[in-house]
Write a protein that binds this ligand. Sequence first.
Ligand code: AMP
Length: 524
Amino acid sequence: MGTDAHHLSQLLDVANRLRPDHVAVEDERGQALTYRELFRAADRLATRLHRWGVGRGDRVGLFLPKRLEAVAAIHGILRSGAAYVPVDPGSPAVRGAGILADAGVRAVVVLAEHADGLREAWPKTGPIPRFIVVGESRSCPTDASWDRVLGDDAPSPLPPTFDDHDIAYILYTSGSTGQPKGVMLSHRNAFAFLDWCDQTIEVQASDRFASHAPFHFDLSIFDLYVSCRAGATLVLIGESTGKDPAKLGLFLRERAISVWYSAPSILALLADYGAIDQPGFPAPRVVLFAGEVFPVAALRKLRKTWPVAALWNLYGPTETNVCTAFAIPDTIDDSRETPFPIGSACPPATMKVVDERGQAVPPGTVGELVVAGPGVMLGYFGRPDLTARAFLIDDETAWYRTGDLVTDDGTGCYRFHGRRDRMVKKRGYRIELGEIESALYRHEGVDRAAVIARATDDGASLVAFIAMKPGLKGSIIALKRHCTRFLPPYMVPDEIQFLSNLPTTSTDKVDYQGLKRLVSMAGN
Ligand code: AMP
């Protein structure tokens, strides 16, 4: 469809104008909204938000599972001029409320069954915002029901001016000190990526995009806006189907998915258990993956199953969105053992590899990848200190320090060599081990806690070592239950081991290397 839009809300305006009767979004149960219906719902939500005084410069929370209403709410919030803050509804309410309060949201769109829990968990330090409640609820006088909002009849005036530096969305990622941090991304940031997609990845109005990633995950930016820009159909995949390769294989077939984007781990599971190699399986045309290394044996299997799909390895932290890309060849040699590179810079992003002092290193030398350009985030919400530390300022350019160790092969093609800190990936989810430790320290019996990640065939498994306070006995069940109160399910330790003391270094810091040796000895 191609537009000169610089505000994400304009994508829906255009799709509605050009393809009003085309299905914009479908959910798992097969319910659907055309572009006209999606536009109308978004417009009514924007009207209500304006009536509540919410607009440009404000933030609105989203606490909804994968439903049609969530997509309509995202477009409605953008249309109001505000930024959306999506939160994982599968996470404990305390974490969700903490994030939304941190972002200072003026309103929250929430599923009825979560509304009370979210209100109760809201930090006492600030006022609870107004809720727009999806589904039947015991309503609170300040809430509005989604159905009432949709019944509003006056169409909203568009906000008078847009600036593409306005925040479009804030995505919270795990924070090493225990507090999730809010990555602020502007409309300009989003368009830097969307324009690259427009030039590189061939999609059409007839495409059916899977929406596998949750909305608080930056992979969803591709699903939501590349599909809308193309006037194509977005097919939502719920949490439980999303994790089940057999159901997912069937879903892909029945829904004729033609464009797919996810973390590699689920694609590897699909290739093993999704029956995607059955005769007549409609292979997607475009398959993108990002978020972690795709082990080459699993990728080879996928490639053999889907020999003609365009397969792309995309790379980039939430803070930069996708900033490098590598097209996987049509065949993968049986002798190949090393994973494919993360690829070359996606224009207009620029990047270089630096040493610990920030000096560029020659090709072939491992260093940290730093990235600059219009795709790089505005900063962390309310955390100028963290933002300042995240950038290397050099020649008047702000380079985002990715924390990723890479080499440049001399042609500007980068190979990934791991992290320089304690951030790990599990099924594509970004986890700061420090955030898990902070949650463990909130247990009154815990004296010292340390968490490490052990590499497994399907990614990482989290092992927590705990020393309890003198005289107290630890219980694995109690500690795991404690963690589920503060952490999303994928961050709850897979294994907990009690030690009388944690090993320490000569400076009395936890000896993580020693703990890793303990784990590998136990594995042998
Ligand atoms: P997130 O902010 O959740 O997107 O996680 C970003 C991190 O995931 C990066 O800093 C890398 O450590 C890792 N990552 C992202 N894409 C890839 C990839 N294609 N290959 C290897 N690691 C990746």
